[in-house]
Design a protein around this ligand. Structure first.
Ligand code: GLN
Length: 224
């Protein structure tokens, strides 16, 4: 007798459910984690509220001593030149570079620029991620846009299968990835908008401006 296919659970479904369960367990673990957000400039408070929503303890980082006891750090969007100048003025460059050698750091938009090794011009950079970034690659403020992205790694890790809605505001693109850095997501035309190198993460867009918590959950899972 033919089996009723409506009740057949495919291997892929099983895997997705397993990933989701595993992920939810790890989300419970994140209740013990403390993630800092660099709070010199830009939209750090939006990241703080996202982290609070997923139950993570947070801290605003303005001085080197604020890095003590953190499991990971988010560098928000804003203006990378201003952020760099302030980081130099507050003596944060070296402590942030040291922190990034053994901890997870995620840069969003201006934060991704600040995290990178090369942007083809002179401004203070942490140089932690082996990526080349081009600032304001999509044009001016009016060229800001939103789009849905299929990010396989993110969907796999969170056991979900719907696209990620991404907001781009005077966004950079990741021109190229080198060494151990890998592409996490590219637009249909091939332009790279998310990359990962071990526990370092860079996104051109702003996951703190949507209601979708998956990117923050994914980052917290890297910070363990
Ligand atoms: N255009 C900004 C810069 O170059 C980044 C914009 C943003 O973070 N939304 O630093």
């Amino acid at each position: 007798m033919a089996k009723d296919s409506r009740y057949e659970v495919g291997k892929e479904d099983n895997l997705r459910v397993e990933n989701r369960i595993q992920f939810l367990f790890s989300a419970l673990y994140s209740l013990t984690m403390k993630i800092g957000v660099l709070a010199l400039q830009g939209d750090f408070s939006e990241h703080i509220s996202m982290l609070k929503k997923i139950g993570v303890e947070t801290a605003e980082v303005r001085l080197p001593k604020n890095l003590d006891g953190l499991d990971g750090l988010i560098i928000p969007g804003g203006e990378s030149t201003t952020m760099g100048k302030l980081a130099v003025a507050y003596g944060l460059m070296e402590p942030l570079q040291q922190f990034g050698k053994s901890h997870a750091i995620w840069g969003t938009c201006a934060g991704a620029i600040f995290l990178s090794k090369d942007i083809g011009r002179d401004q203070p950079l942490l140089g932690l991620m082996d990526i080349k970034v081009q600032r304001n690659a999509f044009g001016r403020q009016v060229d800001s846009f939103e789009t849905d992205l299929e990010i396989d790694e993110l969907m796999k890790a969170t056991g979900t299968e719907y696209p990620y809605h991404a907001v781009f505001i005077r966004a950079p693109i990741i021109e190229s990835v080198h060494g151990n850095a890998k592409v996490l997501c590219a637009l249909e035309d091939g332009r790279i908008v998310a990359a990962q190198e071990g526990r370092l993460l860079a996104t051109s867009f702003h996951p703190e401006l949507t209601g979708d918590m998956r990117f923050h959950e994914y980052f917290v899972s890297l910070a363990k």
